[in-house]
Ligand binder design. Structure first.
Ligand code: BES
Ligand code: MN
Ligand code: ZN
Length: 497
């Protein structure tokens, strides 16, 4: 498990700044006045800070970007990291600045002067998110990152918002750890036992094994895992922060997707270790909610399964019956995510009667063709619900783009011998996948399907994440729940920031 970087809040004082070891991070904007403490520092640096802020290089930085001044005179620090950010910056730029600072500090002791900036908690979140590294399988001892000291004018006032940022970052880190973990380590049973760790935070966790799933009739789910040595599981996580019907999160947890008998080509198959990204995001969101003690009733359900070719594996042409009762002709065993979700979605609705339901899945390669690695595909049967989600995703700078549900594409799922088949043609592949899921959603349940195949893990990293798993969705879902399903905190009116 990757721990959060230690981040302490200290009162901003000249002495601490001048004596700061390692890296000293400052935030300025060309044309805006320096703060009194920054001016004090500039005097010690013999005018070097003002010159840097007035320089052409600094002027060319975008908001949230940073540059480094090496071995500045007159102060203890061996480098000053200077981030460009206006005094009143948006959430996205502030987090990006924090992340740019963390990246530049690269694990060295860091002192960040935030003074009386209102976005201090977002700066802290940016620093924490970008300081993630997945080192579980690196044998050579790497120096653990040194802590961050954040110098602020009112440490007490910032304690609560920074604690909230820690809860969110811990959720995102957990998602990233699960998604980065290889499939020989994160088997279905290992995944389930990691989820059981949530009980320590007050989450009720239940693990359904194969006999239990068989009894429930979850044959589309079980058909996916029947060629694997690692047994299929459904894990149910309940966070009871409020009374009443819950909000439901459902995740695809294919710990490895070979394609099954419809085997995938060898090139790039190793990436399919992230095919449990939906389940990983559900897990991280549940953790963030529990850590910040959200006043909402939220259930998380994940279908954990491995898609392997084997003598017992599902054959193309096999017909299976879903828990709902509809039969499915499995034309392509590589279209397995929808078979997993069909049963888990149905179970979630039958058991919990949720007020709203969001599922997440690395479901189709086609969504990457359509939306690249910047946007998740968003499908919904409810305009108000999806509007709220898109607002939350936008506020958290997590790319999301609505795609249509289409009865015309649903026609492609017609089977000659069963109620439906599991694939349509190539055109509109992400939409037919969504239409398949739609058949297992009760029309009265507000529902969103998030196809996260392009955003769950990225080769080049993002502003807030190094290469690999991003944790996309934890922040947006947390915000959706916070703004839509929790009472407003006492004494606060208007929109929450
Ligand atoms: N897990 C894949 C989708 C995927 C592709 C996720 C690339 C992440 C990156 C999914 O199970 C799959 O194989 N989908 C098929 C569906 C097809 C057989 C209809 C696909 O996208 O090719
Ligand atoms: Mn597949
Ligand atoms: Zn898959």
């Amino acid at each position: 498990m990757t721990d959060l970087i230690a981040l302490d809040l200290l009162p901003a004082e000249a002495e601490t700044l001048l004596k700061a070891p390692g890296r000293l991070a400052l935030i300025a904007e060309a044309g805006e006045t320096l703060s009194p403490l920054q001016r004090r520092l500039d005097r010690a640096m013999r005018g070097g800070l003002k010159r840097a802020v007035a320089s052409e290089v600094f002027g060319k930085l975008k908001p949230g970007e940073a540059m480094t001044l090496s071995f500045p005179p007159g102060i203890e620090a061996e480098a000053v990291i200077l981030a460009r950010l206006p005094k009143r910056a948006g959430v996205e730029a502030s987090r990006k600045a924090g992340a740019a600072i963390a990246k530049a500090a690269s694990g060295k002791a860091l002192t960040l002067l935030a003074g009386n900036r209102r976005d201090a908690a977002d700066l802290a979140l940016g620093v924490m998110l970008r300081s993630y590294a997945f080192t579980a399988h690196k044998t050579a001892e790497e120096d653990p990152p040194e802590g961050v000291r954040m110098l602020v004018s009112n440490p007490e006032a910032l304690a609560a918002p920074v604690e909230r940022a820690r809860a969110l970052a811990a959720g995102v880190f957990w998602t990233r750890d699960l998604v980065n973990e290889p499939a020989n380590v994160l088997t279905t049973t290992e995944f389930a036992s990691r989820l059981e760790e949530l009980t320590a935070l007050g989450v009720e966790v239940e693990v359904l094994d194969e006999p239990a799933l068989e009894k429930l009739g979850m044959r589309t789910l079980l058909s996916v895992g029947q060629g694997s040595e690692t047994p299929t599981r459904v894990v149910v996580m309940q966070w009871k922060g409020a009374e009443g019907a819950p909000f439901a999160l459902v995740g695809k947890g294919v710990v490895f997707d070979t394609g099954g008998i419809s085997l995938k080509p060898a090139g790039g198959m190793e990436d399919m270790t992230m095919d449990m990204g939906g389940a990983g995001t559900v897990a991280g969101t549940m953790k963030a909610l529990a850590l910040r003690k959200a006043k909402a009733h939220v259930v998380g359900l994940v279908g954990l399964v491995e898609n392997m070719p084997d003598g017992r594996a599902t054959r193309p042409g096999d017909v299976v019956r879903s828990m709902k009762g509809d039969t499915v002709e499995i034309i392509n065993t590589d279209a397995e995510g929808r078979l997993v979700l069909a049963d888990v979605l149905w179970y979630a609705q039958e058991r919990f009667k949720p007020v709203g339901m969001v599922n997440l899945a690395t479901l189709t390669g086609a969504i990457i063709v359509g939306l690249g690695h910047e946007f998740a595909g968003v499908f919904s049967n409810n305009d108000k619900f999806v509007g709220d989600f898109l607002k939350a995703a936008n506020a958290e700078a997590e790319g999301a783009w609505r795609m249509p549900l289409s009865p015309a594409l649903d026609k492609q799922l017609k089977s000659n011998i069963a109620d439906m088949k599991n694939v349509g043609g190539r055109p509109g592949g992400s939409i037919t996948a969504a239409m398949f899921l739609n058949r297992f959603v009760k029309p009265e349940v507000p529902w969103i399907h998030l196809d996260i195949a392009g955003v769950a893990s990225v080769k080049n990293g993002t502003d807030l994440a190094p290469k690999g798993a991003t944790g996309w969705g934890v922040l947006a879902l947390n915000r959706l729940i916070e703004t839509g399903y929790e009472p407003r905190p006492e004494g606060k009116t208007g929109k929450r920031g």
